[in-house]
Design a protein around this ligand. Structure first.
Ligand code: ARG
Length: 587
């Protein structure tokens, strides 16, 4: 469906044109003074410069034509040249009925669908998933869903950290613990066992132990580096061990991400671009992009206009090893070859901003990425505790994601009451959904780039701008619809013109859904969806407060209200879906 605001713009643009002005000046926006009017057009103020006329003159000329428009209830001009518009209830209701008849609540699909890769999640294998990866998963999932909802071809890639030093550490630690395993025998040429020599619980204990040791013991660190190097150069036993680490880790990660309602299309990682590294290094050397600096192979990516230092991009270290930068560059090559994307969106901690700036510049400068490939870095801020420092466990350790989810669930569970219609088992399921909404909404309602304070009491509250409040609103509507059904009513779709101001406001906000989704896509900003569904929930609750839907005696009115709240429920549910949140039936 064409956005309401576009439909209105079309009308006003036609009239600008008819009066001899350029169409572009007829753009209509939602009024920023809702007390004065519903919509406005400020184009006369801009056109004034081009046509050397007073804005009020231009506005008044267009006004004469706009008065003839049937869709408008009233149009007026306010000094110095604003055009204020109220639309007729019949027009608004027509739009609402279009939304109600559409399975996507009237959202418009992208005119030119793009292929977009979203690189998010970024978990490191062998390490437990911790809160640092939470934001990447939550924000990335939402951006993926929003883009896909608009009809783009979207591919979500977890891009695991599966090739770095942490693997070398685990291998060295295993060697210390179980030197007799065949993986460490360089003369062994039989086949390796199918089962991993560790469980996920052991693995999660092995890595921290190894990392602690390497930090305090230079020899251990050296060994870990050596193992990493040998792995990356194809030592058979290490490759076999690495595959075990990968399998065991990925199975666990899938479960954890699954609990968060986060799903990836691709489970690729840093290791997957290995075959491209040689090719890329040759290419870069042949075309004269690289030079040697302190033994390392580098490429300058600084630009004259830089206001901060952008160090050279390192292709290979002095020992010939590849780095994080190398794999990111090679992965771009691989993605272009496999998917030919129009855009790659990286959802990563903002502290990696400089790294990505270097990667993007290098890819463009060396023409590995064509001019049309767009790179987008969504650098998110840190989730802090109430002390303003990165969120930790009470003991000061890194909080594991699983534990965090449990904490939220506990906090929510306390607020849910068993009743005639909800038993203990259902409470668990509801607590999971509500808890997850608290966590995700608490995160997504902030602008991604900002740090935020993880405040469990606020996030889990059933009131205010929170996930549970939105869910509560959806559940409330579901409950009214159930009661209406018991009375023999069903949702028929068609809505009548509003009977009150609150009802009109609800409809006007419903009509903005399309726009909210598009804005959040353009800015890669799930927080805009949050703002929208929060507004909508407030208006629904106001409407509910003012009207007794279930006991309404006028059957036509009652039917229309039932349809209106059913549409509101669908829009809220769709908004929640775009955030990766699911609503329970009851709560
Ligand atoms: N594994 C990385 C980390 O934990 C994040 C990966 C982000 N994506 C990328 N293409 N570099 O910091």
């Amino acid at each position: 469906m064409e956005m309401l605001i576009k439909q209105l713009s079309n009308i006003v643009e036609d009239k600008f044109e008819q009066c001899g002005f350029d169409r572009q000046y007829g753009m209509v926006t939602v009024s920023n003074r809702p007390d004065l009017c519903q919509f406005q057009c400020n184009g006369a103020l801009v056109a004034a410069k081009k046509y050397r006329k007073a804005p009020i003159q231009i506005a008044n000329a267009v006004l004469e034509e706009l008065k003839k428009i049937d869709a408008f209830e009233s149009v007026s001009v306010v000094a110095p040249g604003f055009i204020n518009i109220n639309i007729k209830d019949s027009f608004l209701t027509g739009y609402i009925n279009g939304m109600a008849a559409d399975e996507n609540c009237g959202s418009s699909k992208a005119e030119a669908p793009m292929t977009i890769i979203v690189d998010y999640g970024g978990a490191n294998v062998a390490k437990p998933l911790h809160v640092g990866h939470l934001r990447a998963a939550i924000i990335g999932e939402s951006i993926k869903r929003i883009s896909r909802f608009l009809g783009h071809n979207v591919i979500g890639d977890v891009h695991l950290g599966d090739w770095g030093l942490q693997i070398g550490m685990v291998i060295s630690e295993l060697k210390r613990r179980k030197p007799e395993l065949p993986y460490f025998d360089e003369n062994y040429n039989g086949s390796y066992p199918e089962d991993a020599p560790f469980t996920i619980d052991e693995l999660e204990e092995i890595y921290p132990a190894a990392s602690k040791l390497a930090k305090s013991d230079e020899n251990a660190m050296e060994e870990a580096r050596k193992s990493t190097f040998e792995l990356q150069n194809g030592r058979a036993g290490y490759i076999a061990l690495w595959k075990h680490i990968l399998n065991v880790s990925v199975a666990d990660l899938k479960k954890n991400y699954g609990n968060l309602n986060v799903e990836f299309d691709l489970w690729k990682g840093e290791s997957d671009c290995q075959e491209y590294i040689g090719e890329i290094v040759d290419y870069l050397k042949e075309h004269g992009y690289t030079y040697e600096s302190q033994g390392a192979l580098v490429i300058d990516v600084a630009e004259e206009s830089d206001t901060y230092t952008v160090p050279p991009f390192i292709v290979l270290k002095s020992d010939g090893a590849s780095l994080y930068s190398t794999t990111d560059l090679a992965t771009i090559r691989q993605r272009i070859k496999d998917y030919n994307p129009d855009e790659i969106i990286y959802v990563v901690d903002k502290r990696q901003g400089l790294h990505f700036e270097q990667v993007f510049r290098c890819a463009k400068k060396t023409k590995i990425a064509g001019e049309n490939l767009k790179f987008d870095f969504i650098g998110f801020g840190t989730m802090n505790g109430k002390d303003g420092k990165p969120f930790k466990t009470r003991e000061g350790g890194v909080m594991r994601l699983q534990d965090l989810i449990e904490i939220i669930k506990d906090s929510v569970r306390g607020k849910l009451k068993e009743s005639d219609s909800i038993d203990a088992e259902e409470i668990e399921e509801i607590a999971s959904k509500v808890g997850l909404s608290a966590l995700k909404y608490g995160d997504l309602s902030n602008q991604a780039t900002k740090d935020y304070v993880f405040d469990i009491d606020r996030f889990a509250s059933f009131e205010g701008n929170t996930g549970p409040y939105i869910l509560y609103t959806v559940v409330r509507i579901k409950s009214i619809l159930r009661k209406a059904q018991e009375q023999g009513f069903s949702v028929t779709g068609k809505v009548l013109e509003p009977f009150s101001g609150n009802e009109r406001d609800l409809m006007l906000t419903l009509a903005k859904f399309n726009e909210a989704v598009e804005l959040s896509f353009n800015d890669k900003a799930p927080n805009k969806i949050c703002e929208y569904i929060y507004d909508l929930s407030n208006l629904l609750n106001k409407f509910y407060h003012d009207n007794r839907i279930i006991s309404e005696e006028n059957v036509e009115k009652k039917q229309s209200w039932i349809n209106l709240i059913a549409l509101t429920k669908n829009v809220l549910k769709t908004g929640l879906y775009l955030l990766g949140i699911e609503a329970p039936e009851k709560m």
